[in-house]
Design a protein around this ligand. Structure first.
Ligand code: PCD
Ligand SMILES: [Cu+]
Length: 806
């Protein structure tokens, strides 16, 4: 392109800015096998660690004998809780204000819990030796059912909390009680329910699942004793927070710790938490003076790192006869496992579950959540949805369908009738959130029209009649999931983790030849930040995206940020990127005006240059300005072209969407065929439509997995049933239907570029659409609710219970 003569349109295209389906720059590296994951890091003299894990869900540890393990050739050390006590690291703080054993201290609380850490010259020696560590366990009564956790005679799990009646989130009223969290107006809600014409009630369980990223969790710790410098590479979704926490608990000064997240093979929330493996690798490196690597295997990942969900939600929703919702009540029993290791903003022990009024204008609501301990793995972090938003969305979208059934009303009609109107935004919900923007009716109408909803219902009616006449053994279901998400934590005034305010950051340096580097406090795990953040900047400062490097994940170079989860990168770091870009542009404008010998206000920005107003032939391109920044700036101005922005968002963003799923169920086998899945997303301004589509495909596939098959279940002894990919359902191309995607654009009014997050949305909206479709297939037989996952067996059991199997 000849920049001198190119048209505005050509120059715009050349930038590959916002709105362009720019190809992912990361993929050149990935498709050639040149990614750099933590397990690719190999350092001279590096040792390998492996865990001895508890086979029991609840047991006292009477003794640990390391002798045989230490005799294995190549074994350098075996660490137990007693070795960690002198350095005060036998227990670690969790992100939820609880404490967690790093290595079993006197007892174990879940199957797979870390008991000892064996360090050896290679992985094989370490795992051989791990098998030779002799642990003498005394089994204790196991608590698996959260509904029995607060029984008077329930086993005491956390002896360390003995007599503690105050927890991190208020009073505890039982030895297995963690917290009670309440929001909303209880009296007004009870009144609405008791005075209502119609009330629907249901227990809705969102089963325990696991994000199961392709790459498991791991790290390499390297303590340089001469310089007192600790370097930690790892699968961290929040590297700066890891550095701060590492400094606080190790007492190594923070400037002597460097945390690096290299390429990450999928995070999905699994890599937000802090795991015993990280601490053990650090301690081992300090003790042994050489680098130590720890990488978990698949079974360890599924068994012991952060699970998601495990919410048991009892709901009551009230309405008038003609379908106006008058109130909503929800009680949640939250199973947190042996330690409370959720990662929620400090003031929100149940995350943003109070988004559970969804997309509806519900006048009064009340939510209470009880967190309890059980003999299961800790976590509750996330899985393509942090902060309990997908639980909330699943809850309300199921409740709406349950109510529709009771009212004998079409579920689409009931939704349309109760949506928050476009003119009501910004809208304050009964449970306290201020929704920034939305246009639900338009999105829903577009969705219903695209799938020919009316025709689908007619077809379903005919199918049911044919089924009744025994002409078919298949039942058709149509499921709607209309969701409102809340993403982009944020505001520091509401959200902090361990006291760290949830802002995010971007620092930009423009080089003399007009290319640039941008560094952010977030970290991509596959989302494509290197592609998309460069696009934001290209549009803001007029430098082609191809000439902008985006770097994340190294705490020595990146500005402090809170990391990537909860779809916060676009709402928070994306905003910081635009704001830092605007600082660059403001300085560049002064330089351009100076070069053009006109007043600052007499030039205007046009795609990639500053043009003198009224004299389009007189301009300076951004590249020219960049060069001048290093040799010819206005008198008194500092040279250089750099800027940094720390962005504290004024509010969260509220993406939404309308999803519709059509299924055909063979009642004699339970086999459920996904005939069609349509997903309309509104994430405000779209940065890269192709990346958004990829995000939606990925998220829908995970939603399919959760709704139709995934579960981390336990038997009554607390054994994890099926913690391998033999049993844990990961959909392949075979099970995955064709995804139809669509969009509307309702920008966020407070975000500098109007963008909202999208990464989590397809999970939030998808799960309920699948589940509603399965429930809908049996609705005419009187079914109101059947629990997920809707695997073939469970679906068949439902059909059998309803008396329609052969
Ligand atoms: N409007 C808009 C929005 C967005 N975008 C794009 O898209 C993506 C995404 O974004 P977001 O939404 O903001 O988000 P982030 O923050 O970045 O990320 C996060 C998310 O992301 C998702 N996705 C994904 N992908 C991949 N590949 N991998 C992974 O791992 C993952 N993960 C998941 C999850 S789970 Mo959590 O953690 O649960 O909380 S949360 C999450 C990026 O690239 C961006 O740029 C665009 O374009 N536009
Ligand atoms: Cu979420």
């Amino acid at each position: 392109m000849n920049a001198e003569v190119a048209s505005v349109e050509e120059r715009k295209q050349n930038l590959k800015g916002m709105g362009t389906a720019r190809r992912r720059v990361e993929d050149v590296r990935f498709v050639q096998g040149k990614g750099n994951y933590v397990d690719d890091i190999k350092l001279p003299g590096m040792l390998f660690g492996d865990f001895v894990r508890s086979p029991y869900a609840h047991a006292r540890i009477k003794s640990v004998n390391k002798e045989a393990a230490l005799a294995v050739p190549g074994v350098k050390a075996v660490l137990t809780a007693d070795d960690l006590k002198p350095v005060n690291l036998a227990w670690m703080p969790t992100l939820a204000g609880d404490v967690q054993m790093v290595l079993a201290d006197g007892k174990v609380l879940f199957q797979g819990q870390e008991v000892a850490f064996v360090v050896a010259e290679d992985r094989y020696a370490a795992s051989d030796a791990a098998e030779l560590v002799e642990v003498d366990y005394e089994e204790l009564p196991v608590l698996v059912d959260p509904f029995k956790a607060m029984d008077p005679g329930a086993p005491v799990l956390r002896e360390d909390l003995d007599g503690k009646t105050e927890g991190a989130h208020g009073p505890r009223r039982h030895h297995n009680h963690i917290f009670t969290w309440e929001v909303g107006d209880k009296d007004a809600t009870d009144r609405a329910l008791s005075e209502a014409e119609v009330v629907a009630k249901e227990l809705i369980t969102y089963q325990r699942v696991h994000p199961c990223p392709l790459e498991t969790a791991g790290c390499v710790a390297s303590m340089d004793k001469v310089n007192g410098q600790l370097t930690l590479w790892g699968t961290f979704q929040a590297p700066h927070a890891v550095r701060t926490v590492a400094s606080l608990i190790s007492t190594i000064p923070e400037h002597k710790i460097r945390v690096i997240s290299p390429d990450i093979g999928g995070g999905f929330g699994n890599k937000v938490g802090v795991y015993p493996g990280y601490i053990c690798a650090v301690v081992a490196s300090i003790v042994l003076g050489v680098p130590v690597k720890w990488i978990e295997d698949r079974i360890e990942n599924l068994q012991s790192t952060a699970f998601a969900r495990d919410y048991h939600m009892t709901g009551e929703i009230s309405a008038t006869r003609d379908g106006r919702i008058t109130g909503l009540k929800c009680h949640v029993l939250a199973d947190h496992g042996g330690f409370d290791a959720c990662a929620d903003p400090t003031k929100f022990p149940a995350g943003f579950f109070n988004i559970c009024t969804g997309s509806y204008d519900i006048p009064v609501a009340h939510v209470s959540v009880d967190g309890v301990y059980t003999n299961k793995a800790p976590g509750g972090v996330a899985y393509r949805c942090s902060f309990r938003v997908t639980e909330a969305s699943y809850f309300i979208e199921r409740m709406i369908d349950v109510l529709a059934r009771k009212l004998e009303m079409d579920p689409a009609e009931l939704r349309m009738k109760n949506f928050i109107g476009k003119e009501q935004f910004p809208y304050t919900s009964a449970l306290g959130w201020e929704y920034d923007s939305g246009d639900y009716h338009t999105a829903m109408e577009k969705a219903l029209e695209t799938v020919s909803y009316k025709a689908l219902r007619d077809e379903q009616k005919a199918n049911r009649e044919a089924f009744a006449r025994s002409e078919t053994r298949s039942l058709m279901g149509v499921g709607i999931g209309f969701f409102t998400e809340i993403v982009g934590a944020g505001p520091i005034k509401n959200c902090d983790i361990l006291g760290l305010g949830m802002f995010d950051s971007c620092e930009i340096r423009v080089h003399p030849t007009g290319s640039a580097i941008a560094r952010l406090g977030t970290i991509s795990q596959g989302q494509g930040h290197a592609t998309t953040f460069a696009q934001i900047l290209a549009s803001e400062i007029g430098i082609p995206a191809d000439q902008i490097t985006v770097e994340e994940g190294d705490t020595d170079t990146a500005p402090y940020g809170l990391g990537t989860y909860g779809s916060r990168s676009t709402p928070v770091a994306g905003a910081a990127t635009a704001m830092a870009g605007r600082k660059i542009k403001a300085k560049a404008q002064m330089i351009a005006a100076y070069l053009l010998e006109v007043h600052d206000d007499d030039v205007e920005f046009e795609v990639d240059r500053f043009v003198v107003k009224g004299a389009p032939e007189r301009f300076k391109t951004m590249a020219e300005v960049a060069f001048a920044a290093y040799n010819n700036v206005p008198p008194g101005m500092e040279p250089g072209l750099e800027a940094v922005s720390y962005y504290d968002p004024p509010n969260m963003t509220y993406p939404f969407g309308a999803y519709i799923c059509v299924v055909d169920i063979d009642v004699d086998t339970g086999v459920t065929d996904i005939r069609r899945f349509y997903a309309l997303d509104d994430c405000g301004t779209r940065i890269n439509p192709m990346i958004i589509e990829g995000q939606v495909h990925g998220g829908l596939t995970e939603a399919l997995a959760i709704a139709m098959g995934q579960e981390i279940s336990y038997d009554e002894m607390g054994n994890v049933k099926g913690a391998s990919l033999m049993d844990f359902f990961l959909p392949t191309a075979v099970e995955t239907p064709v995804w139809e995607t669509d969009f509307t654009v309702t920008p966020s009014p407070h975000h500098p570029i109007g963008a909202k997050g999208v990464g989590e949305s397809p999970n939030v909206g998808g799960v309920s659409a699948f589940s509603n479709a399965v429930n809908d297939a049996f609705a005419h037989l009187g079914l109101t609710h059947t629990q997920m996952p809707h695997d073939h067996w469970r679906v068949w059991k439902t059909a059998e219970r309803l008396g329609v199997t052969a």
